[in-house]
Design a protein around this ligand. Structure first.
Ligand SMILES: [Zn+2]
Length: 336
């Protein structure tokens, strides 16, 4: 209201003051102004109170959400294994989180046990390395490890399994774990078939190792009968290759175009994985060499031999011999 009066012209102002030529009128006018000021202030105060109430309501909602998030974090932190110290290879090296989803009759705790059993297989053969946590989801788009990381940098691994199909879960998870160890990346890579082959090999390796462990030391004592299911799952995938007559080198040379066309020709991946498996079973510390695979310039991916040589060059001295053996399977001599 005051603002309105000030916006009026000078003539209006003079007219207003000339009309207040008696004390009574002046008293009435001042009273009116006082009432208007108080009313205006009340209106402003009322407006402020409403705004404050609205903001408090918004803040309370945000506060509640933050408390819920905090509770989740506290739960997760409480569930986290102890930090792994340098030089200490323990089964706690991978931090696994199972996201609730359509797991059927599989409980989250049991699912985690199976996945931990997989990491137990590899961890003794991997050098100390800080891995981001794994968020394991159940999704029909799986099995897959997303290039995109989670909000907190975690790897997002999707498996497509349910109802206590532990062998299938272990098979899928071991494959995806292997991609992480390989430092998988979103780059043009015609040699992706090689990484996929290594990861199929990792699945077979894990199942066969777990089958042995679970005979005597399963995650729960009543899971011993699952040991044979794990062994059978791997055997089913290996027996089809018993009649294989071609060497890995022959398979590679005969199918090079097909392999470079798509990384996931599973029939070829599996045939080659069966050829590599004996190498890893004889020297399981060779799994550590995979971390040097995808660290070169992407243009080295264009040719398999160049890719192998880059891997060999980067590998730790203790791993070079193993890399040479793998390359030798495909007919490449990296020592020259
Ligand atoms: Zn894969």
């Amino acid at each position: 209201m005051c603002g309105l009066a000030l916006e009026q012209g000078d003539d209006d102002m003079l007219n207003t003051f000339s009309a207040l030529n008696s004390p009574r009128r002046m008293w009435f006018f001042l009273s009116l102004v006082a009432v208007m000021l108080v009313t205006g202030r009340d209106a402003v105060a009322q407006e402020n109170v409403s705004e404050l109430k609205r903001r408090i309501s918004v803040l309370e909602t945000e506060n509640r959400k933050l408390r819920e998030k905090l509770d989740q974090i506290i739960e997760i932190v409480g569930d986290m294994p102890a930090v792994r110290h340098a030089g200490q290879n323990t089964a706690q090296g991978f931090r696994l989180f199972i996201e609730p989803g359509d797991w059927g009759s599989s409980s989250l705790a049991d699912t985690k046990k199976v996945c931990e059993s997989v990491t137990d297989v590899f961890l003794p053969h991997l050098a100390d390395r800080a891995y981001a946590p794994f968020l394991i989801q159940n999704d029909v788009s799986g099995p897959i490890t997303l290039y995109r990381r989670g909000e907190n940098g975690e790897y997002i691994i999707r498996v497509n399994t349910r109802d206590r199909a532990w062998a299938q879960l272990a098979f899928q998870f071991a494959h995806e774990l292997c991609h992480v160890v390989c430092n998988y990346r979103d780059a043009n890579n015609p040699q992706l078939w090689f990484e996929e082959t290594l990861c199929e090999c990792a699945s077979l390796f894990a199942l066969r190792r777990m089958a042995e462990t679970w005979k005597t030391n399963p995650p729960y004592s009543n899971w011993k009968p699952y040991a044979s299911a794990l062994a059978d799952y791997a055997a089913d995938r290996l027996t089809v290759h018993n009649s294989e007559r071609e060497s890995a080198q022959e398979i590679f040379e005969r199918n090079r175009d097909k392999l470079e066309e798509t990384g996931t020709n599973r029939e070829l991946n599996n045939r080659l994985a069966a050829k590599l498996l004996p190498l890893f079973e004889a020297e399981p510390d060779g799994w550590e060499s995979l971390q040097y695979l995808n660290k070169g310039q992407p243009d080295e991916n264009l040719d398999f031999e160049v890719y192998l040589r880059g891997w060999h060059r980067r590998a730790a001295d203790s791993q070079k011999k193993f890399v040479e053996k793998v390359a030798g399977v495909f007919g490449f001599n990296l020592k020259i």
